[in-house]
Design a protein around this ligand. Structure first.
Ligand code: HEC
Ligand code: HEC
Length: 266
């Protein structure tokens, strides 16, 4: 320790030693930089690490900028979008985490897309809309029974989403989407809030365990589809396929270089 300090003070610093000192300083500083942001109550932290004020404050400006033009400043609704009073956290989380909201213009059926916000911003939006008046909470999904899930799915979901969950056309150009991209939470949210043309399945129809069961089954459909061979790359799109091909070539090149190296070493 004393040595490295002396090293810093010395004008002509040997490059290796400079590197070593730099590494030590980095290692020492790393944990500080990586330390989690302190909770609101905690003190004795530098101003730069001050936490953002509660998520409610962050949700308000996000909401005003991205949602209020259609849903109204207090969520009362406008000609362009329905009221959000009483829709509740599950609905907001579903709509925003599946990228359906925000839409840029009114559309007949908002489609699933990459979400426009980070998980933290989505949580902040959820809290803010919840403050207008709540509805169903975000479901906590836990392990489910596949046999029971399959029966529930066949009776309640397959008529619209198809027996394998691949989706199907409904009326008026609307469709029940494929279920292969939804996370477990999003499946349970859809069941509890009934987005768009989908019916709501309240607790009296499917209790929490039944929602766990059907969610587990939908996740199974998703992995079965991926395992089934067929054309699993098809759904990744050209970019991902290109990446996979590129990685395969890279792996071959590395193998070839290793082999040549070993030959040269013999
Ligand atoms: C261009 C207008 C527009 C914008 C901007 C917009 N929405 Fe919507 N939103 C709609 C419309 C229209 C619907 C109804 C869609 C349908 O028929 O399925 C809707 C539906 C919803 C629903 C479902 C309501 C229900 O009854 O279950 C939620 C939740 C929602 N939006 C949240 C948001 C949030 C949060 C934002 C901002 C991040 C946002 N929306 C931005 C127009 C908009
Ligand atoms: C009457 C037809 C119908 C039935 C029955 C139905 N759904 Fe849906 N489902 C839809 C429609 C339509 C949508 C798209 C909603 C929208 O416009 O945002 C949807 C959306 C979903 C989504 C979102 C998919 C995604 O990737 O974003 C999930 C998950 C889902 N449904 C699961 C279920 C499950 C599980 C059941 C059975 C318990 C079920 N659905 C029953 C019509 C239906």
């Amino acid at each position: 320790m004393r040595r490295s300090r002396a090293a810093i003070r010395r004008p002509a610093l040997h490059p290796y030693r400079a590197l070593a000192v730099g590494t030590v300083l980095l290692l020492a500083a790393g944990p500080v930089a990586l330390a989690p942001a302190p909770r609101p109550g905690e003190s004795a932290t530098p101003a730069a690490f001050a936490p953002p004020a509660g998520t409610g404050d962050r949700g308000a400006p996000l909401y005003l900028e991205h949602c209020a033009s259609c849903h109204g400043e207090q969520g009362q609704g406008t000609q362009r979008g329905p009221s959000l009073i009483g829709v509740g956290p599950a609905s907001v989380d579903f709509q925003v985490s599946t990228g359906r909201m925000p839409v840029s213009q009114e559309v007949q059926q908002p489609q699933r897309r990459e979400p426009a916000f980070s998980a933290d911003d989505i949580a902040a939006l959820v809290d803010h809309v919840d403050s207008f008046g709540g509805g169903p909470q975000i479901p906590q999904v836990s392990a489910g029974n596949l046999t029971s899930g399959r029966q529930i799915f066949a009776a309640n979901c397959a008529p619209c989403h198809g027996a394998t969950g691949s989706g199907a056309a409904l009326t008026n150009g609307r469709s029940a989407p494929p279920l292969y991209d939804a996370t477990a939470t999003q499946v349970a949210e859809a069941v509890r809030v009934g987005p768009g043309l989908m019916p709501v399945f309240p607790g009296q129809v499917l209790d929490d365990q039944q929602v766990n069961d059907v969610t587990a089954y939908v996740q199974r459909l998703r992995s079965e589809r991926l395992d089934r061979g067929g054309n699993p790359l098809g759904r990744l799109g050209p970019l991902a396929e290109g990446l996979v091909a590129w990685l395969a070539v890279l792996a071959l090149l590395v193998a070839a270089a290793r082999w040549l190296g070993r030959r040269a070493g013999d």
